[in-house]
Design a protein around this ligand. Structure first.
Ligand SMILES: [Zn+2]
Length: 107
């Protein structure tokens, strides 16, 4: 079972206490964007086998959204952090690079 630590209340929440919110750090496109940008924003998602950044909500806890970095293949969790971060914090990136030296941040 996937267990993520909520960065707000510090609880190690089981997957059943959480609600998934999809991929983190999406570039949002709205009015004024072209059709391709808006289509990609709505429908294009990464589906990596390995390191992935995701949004989760502590639904049956504090109710707040947060981000998690984890491996989709092994369920290894590299860390969780505030949903207000526009990119993963350096300590998360260090944790990933320590355990996955060959991994590179996707463009
Ligand atoms: Zn919480």
């Amino acid at each position: 079972m996937l267990i993520l630590r909520c960065p707000y209340c510090g609880v190690d929440a089981e997957e059943t206490d959480l609600a998934p919110g999809g991929e983190a750090h999406l570039t949002r496109h709205g009015p004024g964007s072209d059709d391709a940008e808006f289509r990609d924003y709505l429908f294009q998602r990464r589906n990596p086998r390995g390191v992935h950044f995701e949004r989760w909500r502590h639904a049956f806890g504090c109710g707040k959204w947060f981000h998690a970095a984890r491996c989709t293949q092994t369920l290894e969790v590299f860390g969780t952090y505030s949903a207000q971060c526009s990119e993963p914090p350096e300590e998360i990136m260090t944790a990933i690079r320590t355990r996955r030296p060959d991994w590179e941040m996707p463009a």
